[in-house]
Design a protein around this ligand. Structure first.
Ligand code: HEC
Ligand code: HEC
Ligand code: HEC
Ligand code: HEC
Length: 366
């Protein structure tokens, strides 16, 4: 049997050891070690990641708190097919079909290749029938369904975006899938919803109510209407006090500008610094190159909304029009971007589809 020596009791009383200090230390280090090993083995549940948006070394990047948001899941369902090299004496669509007004210059093989892709991009369930009906191919020249008539305008609109705005859509380019993603009605379109308060008039009629168009803030809900479906100038109040009122922005213009800026940021899932130098919002010369790209996009969208979507006004059925004013569906940044700084993470949408990059009646296949 172990027996404490006689001197021990008195020695222990004279020299008490406080063990809680070291125990807390050992415990803390131990728990930290277990968590660290856990993260290494199982992965960090709150991972962040950075999307580089400027030259290396100067920290121009967008930090995403939820790393899974950096990859667009709809990329997986994208269908594409390389062009078919024209065969010798291959007929053109315009020679063999009855009613081809915009794609007549395509070779037969490439015309059908595009029809197949349009079905998968717009209406994968219904297929050809979505635009051509249930009849047999002999009836495909008829313009009976509104969807076919709309699709023709859409082809011209897509060609015009790629041809007219290379400095915006640049490397990636756009095709039907950029907006539609396998749905007949693309997500991220918008309608007029003002006045939001029928009991008020003037200024207060368009704001102080959280709506989708004001990004659920109390800012004005008519920013998209004024800046993307009309040509109002995006401006805030002057930096000087007591300036002459001529030409300067009112307080409401200022609020409307911020409403639009919230929309831009959410549509691309970025913050203000993606485009602006926050020490000088007012000085566009000090901004990031992305601001120039956004400026081009504003003009591009005005053109789509005012020149192309208005074309389909007489054919769209009533259930496709706005819920409040029966207005036409409109495009915004969100229609293409869908919450990513580059739609589909910058996936190349045009190299396989040269037919959709030019309004000229000529395509070169390589
Ligand atoms: C999203 C709508 C859409 C879908 C889906 C679609 N087409 Fe078309 N199709 C059109 C448009 C628009 C035209 C007319 C093009 C023009 O005016 O140049 C057309 C024309 C045609 C023509 C020429 C008919 C003629 O005699 O003038 C054929 C053939 C055709 N499509 C076949 C198909 C086939 C096969 C499919 C399914 C694989 C299909 N299309 C799916 C929109 C569509
Ligand atoms: C910039 C975005 C954009 C692109 C690119 C685009 N569309 Fe559309 N599309 C729209 C909008 C907005 C509408 C109107 C929504 C509606 O009809 O309710 C629309 C409507 C349509 C419709 C009518 C669908 C329905 O059921 O009402 C068809 C068909 C269509 N597009 C075909 C195409 C085809 C084919 C292409 C490629 C050649 C294309 N679109 C490219 C934005 C786009
Ligand atoms: C995607 C790019 C982009 C993002 C993100 C962005 N802006 Fe802007 N901003 C612009 C553009 C484009 C203009 C209009 C420039 C012009 O006058 O042509 C502008 C204009 C402004 C103006 C008016 C400047 C003036 O000359 O009066 C202010 C203020 C402003 N933005 C603030 C913000 C704030 C705050 C945020 C974040 C909530 C933000 N912006 C996010 C692109 C952006
Ligand atoms: C027709 C589709 C379309 C619409 C609408 C659109 N964009 Fe884009 N945007 C693109 C494409 C495609 C790219 C990527 C181009 C590339 O690969 O370089 C892009 C790139 C950008 C970039 C550069 C992103 C980066 O990472 O550097 C900015 C900024 C931008 N868009 C802002 C806007 C704003 C703001 C709007 C609305 C006013 C808008 N875009 C509307 C298609 C669109």
């Amino acid at each position: 049997m172990f027996r404490k020596p006689d001197w021990y009791e008195s020695w222990a009383k004279a020299n008490p050891i406080k063990s809680s200090g070291p125990l807390v230390l050992v415990g803390t280090v131990g728990v930290a070690l277990i968590v660290a090993v856990g993260i290494v083995l199982l992965g960090n549940p709150y991972q962040t990641s950075t999307v580089q948006t400027g030259p290396r070394g100067i920290a121009l990047g967008v930090i995403k708190i939820d790393a899974s948001r950096t990859k667009d899941p709809t990329i997986e369902d994208y269908y594409t097919e390389e062009p078919w090299l024209p065969e010798e004496d291959e007929p053109l669509a315009g020679d063999i079909y009855e009613n081809v007004q915009v794609l007549g210059h395509l070779t037969e093989g490439n015309f059908n290749r595009l029809m197949g892709a349009m079905s998968l991009w717009i209406a994968p369930e219904e297929g050809c029938a979505y635009c051509h009906g249930d009849g047999d191919v002999e009836t495909y020249g008829e313009d009976t369904l509104y969807t076919k008539v709309v699709a023709r305008t859409m082809i011209q609109m897509t060609q015009n975006i790629n041809e007219g705005y290379p400095d915006h859509v640049g490397g990636a380019g756009v095709n039907c899938y950029t907006c539609h993603r396998g749905q007949a009605v693309p997500s991220g379109i918008w309608f007029s919803n003002t006045p939001v308060n029928a009991n008020a008039s003037g200024w207060s009629a368009v704001q102080n109510r959280a709506t989708m168009n004001s990004e659920f803030t109390s800012l004005p809900s008519d920013a998209l209407e004024k800046y993307l479906n009309d040509y109002n100038v995006i401006r805030v109040h002057d930096l000087e006090s007591r300036v002459d009122n001529d030409g300067t922005a009112s307080i409401q213009d200022t609020e409307r500008t911020y409403s639009l800026m919230n929309y831009f940021s959410n549509a691309l899932d970025v913050n203000c610094t993606f485009c602006h130098n926050t020490r000088a919002f007012y000085d566009l010369d000090q901004s990031a190159p992305q601001l120039g790209q956004a400026q081009l996009a504003i003009g591009m969208i005005q053109e789509m909304n005012l020149d192309y979507l208005t074309e389909i006004e007489d054919v769209l059925p009533a259930n496709r029009l706005g819920p409040i004013h029966g207005d036409l569906p409109k495009v915004g940044c969100l229609t293409c971007h869908k919450g990513y700084n580059k739609p589909l993470n910058g996936l190349d949408m045009v190299t396989d589809w040269p037919e959709l990059t030019t309004t000229e009646a000529e395509v070169t296949y390589e």
